[in-house]
Design a protein around this ligand. Structure first.
Ligand code: ATP
Length: 360
């Protein structure tokens, strides 16, 4: 059932259009399959040429992402993989095209969001995660950037970016330092074995942010965030949680648990009363509670800002290399002409320091 890597020239079978996203090692472009006129998203992942290089990803790491996507194929909440190409420089994943943008971006454009609506989004995410976990696959990079909407006017969620995903087996322990500080579980910070429950911690963090607009562990520096995570140092500050139901808090509390064996599983969380009310009262409690949209909008605005800072940092680094100066000017021009920040100002922003420039 596995999809073969095609060595045919990608461009002979697909028309390639604009960039629709990028990551550390990948650029994503809209494309159209010539034979069917269907649209897809082509994710170009740069292959590492020399083992000692930091540019690109080793082929076996790319193969892991392909393998995971193949195993999970045809689940409505998980991005589906149509074809794979290898053009020597890149592995190109031809993925189902998602047009609705980030769920969090969509939500921040609304005036109100009840907990009933918020929990319906969580319900979908959990269905996807439950499917992954039933195949012993952990996503390991669940965060708002990787939760997209299929289209703007339909509330259908798609989970993307399986670049860090792993098959979790008893036979082999996976330890790795990865992910984004804000969303990583204590076992990651402590370099302990990763497991399916690692995803459930991230879902706890996502839910906390969704209902309150504040981030439970985020500190002024990455180290401070890590300290907060390992100490499970979070509270339901009344300033942000005055409108939050006890059901929602209970849901979060059962996920932000240090002991991975005591953390709620994906299957258990699907039947938690915040997701699946057991009585009329619980249904009402969820319907009457509102998420903290004012604070959520400012959380989103801060995320957008951090993202622009990342682009600027990248440009600053590039411009240090004389060879790339002209390219960097172009990048600055096209992406962030309005922002002029020096890198030392940027450095005080904490987590932003860890940007790498592999793919430009
Ligand atoms: P990161 O470095 O953040 O882990 P990555 O290099 O693994 O990223 P992805 O996260 O898979 O790359 O993709 C980068 C961006 O491209 C995404 O944030 C998203 O905006 C966009 N994107 C990815 N896949 C799709 C898709 N199927 N449809 C539409 N946009 C997509």
């Amino acid at each position: 059932e596995g999809i073969e890597y095609s060595t045919e020239p990608f461009e002979s079978l697909y028309e390639v259009y604009e960039d629709i996203g990028s990551g550390q090692f990948a650029v994503v472009r809209r494309c159209v399959e010539k034979a069917t006129r269907s649209e897809y998203a082509a994710k170009y992942i740069r292959k590492r040429r020399v083992a000692s290089s930091r540019r690109g990803l080793p082929l076996e790491v790319i193969a892991r992402e392909v393998h995971v996507l193949q195993k999970l194929h045809k689940h409505q909440i998980i991005i589906s993989l149509h074809q794979v190409f290898d053009n020597g420089q890149h592995v190109i994943l031809v993925l189902e095209l998602v047009r609705g943008g980030e769920l969090f971006e969509h939500i921040s454009e609304r005036e109100r969001l009840s907990e009933e609506e918020a929990s319906a989004f969580l319900h979908q995410i959990l269905l996807g995660v439950c499917h992954m976990h039933s195949h012993d696959i952990a996503h390991l990079d669940l965060k708002p950037e990787n939760v997209l909407l299929l289209s703007k006017n339909r509330q259908h969620i798609k989970l993307i970016d399986f670049g860090l995903s792993r098959v979790i087996t008893d036979a082999e322990e996976v330890r790795d330092l990865m992910g984004t500080a804000e969303f990583v579980a204590p076992e990651i910070v402590n370099y302990e074995p990763l497991c399916l429950a690692t995803d459930m911690w991230a879902i706890g963090v996502i839910t906390y942010i969704l209902v309150s607009g504040s981030s439970p562990f985020l500190g002024d520096s990455q180290q401070e965030t890590f300290n907060n995570v390992t100490a499970v140092d979070y509270t339901f500050d009344t300033q942000y949680f005055s409108g939050t139901s006890d059901l929602a808090k209970d849901f979060i509390c059962r996920l932000l648990v240090k002991d991975v064996r005591k953390r709620m599983t994906a299957k258990e969380s699907l039947s938690h009363p915040w997701i699946q009310p057991e009585s009329e009262e619980q249904e009402e409690e969820r319907r009457d509670a509102q998420t903290n949209m004012d604070n959520f909008k400012s959380y989103q605005a801060r995320r957008r800002w951090k993202h622009s800072v990342k682009v600027v940092t990248l440009c600053n680094r590039l411009s240090r290399s004389a060879k790339l100066r002209s390219q960097s000017a172009e990048l600055l021009d096209s992406r962030s002409s309005a922002i002029t920040l020096r890198e030392d100002q940027v450095a005080s922003g904490g987590e932003i320091n860890s940007v790498t420039v592999n793919d430009v």
